[in-house]
Design a protein. Sequence first.
Length: 129
Amino acid sequence: MLAELGPRIEGGAGHARDAHRDHMACHELVKEAVFAAAGPWHPDCGAAPWPVSTLLAYEVWTPLWDFAYVEDITDVMDAKIKALEKHVSQVQDIDYADAVRSFNRYRGVLTGRGRYCECFQVLKAGSLA
């Protein structure tokens, strides 16, 4: 799948120290998929090995205290909230949209990099330009 999509920057579904065990498990699965995509271990998949140049881990439930990369998401904040609201079973009882908007605003204020920002750990560095 990674070879098919060919993303410029790949991100885990959460960093390794996220407080939610599903997010931690997803983080490990993404790291394993990135490792597997780079090697010749699955020739039956039909795709040539495809190394991932950059792997980022981001905040879901638990804030990062050791982030190394900040992205200004001001221009896509509304789209992010609309995407979040598609997870009906997750947002029906808790106003995650308000929490996410507020947290990204907090990151924007403290980093000074934009109105709304996301912070990432860099697990594997390629080009972040």
